[in-house]
Design a protein around this ligand. Structure first.
Ligand SMILES: C[S@@+](CC[C@H](N)C(=O)[O-])C[C@H]1O[C@@H](n2cnc3c(N)ncnc32)[C@H](O)[C@@H]1O
Length: 223
């Protein structure tokens, strides 16, 4: 219900802008007679509520509750084909690894359910209950390096990339849903990365030999 209301508000805002545009009024600082707005808004609104909200609900129904936005080779998963999760990554394939620190691990296989870029996800708002976001954390890598094959790499404009990734993850997360963010502070401090989202983590935990890997839990506000 909350998600429907949020979607409804977005749609109403969009129609109001259109109505004011048609009348040559500026939405930001001009006002329109509420009676005229109601008269024009209602028929449009009734048409849209039956198409946009129900198609968004339908699309949401087809999706499992969990999204792994950067699944890679799914090393963190107990079950690499857990039916409760939709696994996405922006690449798919087998990447031969020659100098990986764990010997005899074989090639890295990246087999997402869908090849999708986390900066532009084709999902409606508020559809997932839980998201895990474990983006690449290194930027100074050659494309053929083992680390780039296993973990992917940050683009030169990594701030924009991660900012948009956070924004998309929180958009497709439902209100009251949780997001787990994993970050290794090898090159870029966590404090720099947390500046890229306005959401505040609840708590976290450090792992790894040098405790450089952070696991943080976020909660999307209820409304
Ligand atoms: C640190 S690895 C994830 C490891 C994974 N959590 C595991 O358990 O093995 C980061 C992954 O993010 C993917 N990636 C990088 N940029 C992406 C983007 N724009 N959209 C989606 N996935 C991306 C990389 O291909 C890489 O597989």
């Amino acid at each position: 219900m909350t998600e429907d209301l949020r979607l409804a508000r977005q749609i109403i805002g969009r129609i109001e802008r259109d109505i004011m545009d048609r009348r040559g009024l500026n939405y930001e600082w001009e006002a329109i007679d509420p009676a005229i707005m109601k008269e024009e808004l209602m028929p449009e609104w009734e048409r849209i509520i039956t198409t946009e909200i129900s198609s968004s609900r339908e699309a949401g129904k087809m999706l499992p509750p969990v999204l792994d936005a950067t699944c890679g080779s799914k090393t963190m998963w107990f079950d690499k084909n857990d039916k409760r999760c939709l696994y996405i990554d922006n690449r798919k394939g087998e990447y031969p690894v020659t100098r990986y620190s764990r010997p005899n691990t074989g090639p890295t296989t990246v087999a997402p359910d869908k090849v999708i870029d986390f900066t532009d996800m084709p999902f409606p708002d508020g559809v997932f209950h839980h998201i895990v976001f474990d983006p690449p954390h290194l930027s100074k890598l050659g494309d053929t390096s083992t680390f780039a094959k296993v973990y992917g790499k940050l683009l030169p404009d990594w701030r924009d990339m991660l900012k948009q990734g956070f924004s998309e993850c929180f958009r497709v997360l439902r209100c009251g849903g949780t997001l787990i963010f994993k970050w290794c502070e090898f090159e870029i401090p966590l404090s720099e990365v947390l500046k890229l989202t306005t959401e505040k983590p609840l708590y976290g935990h450090r792992t790894g030999r040098r405790e450089k890997t952070h696991w943080l839990a976020f909660l999307k506000a209820l409304a």
